[in-house]
Design a protein around this ligand. Structure first.
Ligand code: PFF
Length: 455
């Protein structure tokens, strides 16, 4: 395909909303609150912000410049910028990571659809804490229901992907992202005005540094990677659809700010509500699916209609956020198959959707009937999560910073970040210094820690 025929995002707002749509997802609303809860609140958030600024933004700008300069899918990007070298494996690993993440992420995304229907049919009403635990465990280990929702979610993603970059990804992001902000704001206002919400707000704003140890620091870095969609060429693929005049630094900054604001606001929805009914913030991954419906019932028990509306809105929010992220994961693999193997875009998308349904079914079953089947002691769902989030993303981020910092011709780097010298770049030297030294060293630490080598 001629590079000039390649799809493009139609507007600057579209660029920002689509990239922010990729970043904002289950990572912000599901993972961030429980990580914050487990690591003591405000102090974790401060360290997280440091990681976003110091590591997240420079690596995001690197992915952007690699994608826009090569104007190709992430695997081809490295072949174009570093022909006949092993760097192409960085891109290929990203494609594989995209396929694996999409398979298990869609399982959790599918759960949000079940919870929307439960909320809509008012089935949370009158349930006790024990009922919520039992119904979540019963549902997630059921052999059929989660699989059906997983398929529905992947088909919705497929439908948007086959419409293409501008009419599918950009248009849907322009509708879904504003909707997401409105729902978040309404939910924050409801949550912080609950009686007793004050202690939840304090938990988020008053840092307790006595809780900070190495694991907090490293947990915050890992969260920053997952949340910003970094390390697997996702934003690199999106950047291949950016126009020449897109300001990469500004776009990265906007995406970083939106992603962080959504994560912190998700905290302001969950903690004030949880504290107001005396639920501990460190409930872990079940916070959103077990604790929260319980919180809605208890907090608004006297006004059932509010409990109803709050629950429906929350799970719609979670589903929309997940959808803009599954689209971006799907696009990484679809663009690769379409451009590398010359399949039509429709056929490439079908292969991706079909493979993710296949792997997703096994991931889902591994939480129920297939529990005994493990590899390295992990079921398939946990294995996919471990291998991607804990190995492939940090490794990808490490290699991307080394690639841009040490390998790539600095003329190309400068041309891209300064838009052919037309933008002022006062922090350019700091950017290169971070990529050369700080990011590789810091990421090596996360990596070693997460593999348990330091313990
Ligand atoms: N950033 C997404 C989230 O926070 O839910 C998850 C994700 C999307 C990770 C795309 C990686 C990726 F390439």
């Amino acid at each position: 395909m001629n590079k000039n025929d390649r799809a493009n995002f139609g507007s600057k707002l579209g660029v920002i909303l689509a990239s922010a749509g990729s970043a904002v997802g289950l990572g912000n609303i599901w993972r961030f609150p429980y990580e914050t809860g487990n690591h003591g609140g405000a102090a974790f958030i401060i360290i997280y912000l440091g990681c976003i600024l110091l590591l997240g933004l420079p690596i995001m700008i690197s992915e952007f410049l690699i994608g826009r300069h090569s104007r190709a899918n992430t695997a081809a990007a490295y072949q174009i910028l570093a022909p006949k070298t092993h760097w192409r494996w960085v891109g290929r690993m990203g494609v594989l990571a995209g396929l694996l993440i999409l398979s298990y992420y869609s399982v959790v995304a599918g759960w949000t659809l079940e919870y929307i229907t439960e909320a809509l049919t008012n089935s949370f009403s009158g349930k006790s804490s024990a009922d919520f635990i039992a119904s979540f465990q019963g549902f997630s280990s059921n052999p059929w229901k989660p699989v059906l929702w997983l398929i529905v979610f992947l088909l919705a993603t497929h439908f948007i992907i086959v419409k293409g970059v501008e009419k599918g990804i950009e248009k849907s992001s322009k509708i879904m992202m504003p909707m997401l902000f409105i729902i978040i704001l309404v939910l924050v206002v409801c949550s912080v005005t609950l009686p007793g919400a004050q202690s939840g707000i304090e938990f988020l704003l008053k840092p307790d540094f006595s809780k900070v140890d190495g694991s907090v620091f490293l947990g915050a870095m890992g969260q920053a990677f997952f949340s910003l969609s970094l390390g697997m060429g996702c934003l690199c693929t999106y950047a291949s659809y950016f126009g020449k005049d897109t300001n990469l630094t500004k776009t990265a900054f906007s995406v970083g700010v939106i992603d962080t604001v959504v994560a912190v606001l998700a905290g302001f929805i969950i903690f004030p509500a949880a504290f107001s009914v005396g639920i501990k913030p460190d409930a872990g991954p079940s916070l959103v699916f077990i604790t929260l419906p319980n919180v809605f019932q208890q907090a608004f028990g006297s006004i059932p209609v509010l409990a109803y509306v709050f629950s429906v809105m929350f799970y719609v929010l979670l589903a929309v956020a997940a959808l803009t992220s599954t689209i971006s994961l799907h696009e990484v693999v679809t663009a690769y198959l379409h451009e590398e193997f010359k399949f039509t875009r429709g056929k490439a998308a079908k292969i991706v959707t079909g493979s993710c349904i296949f792997f997703g079914i096994f991931c889902s079953l591994s939480l129920g009937v297939g529990k005994e089947y493990t590899l390295f002691g992990l079921g398939l769902f946990d294995l996919f999560d471990f291998v991607t989030a804990k190995i492939m993303l940090p490794l990808g981020g490490l290699l991307i910073s080394l690639f841009t910092g040490w390998y790539l011709d600095k003329k190309i780097v400068w041309e891209e970040v300064s838009n052919q010298g037309t933008l002022r770049m006062p922090l350019y030297k700091v950017f290169i210094f971070i990529l050369k030294f700080i990011a590789p060293i810091a990421i090596s630490f996360i990596f070693i820690n997460e593999l348990g080598l330091l313990r």
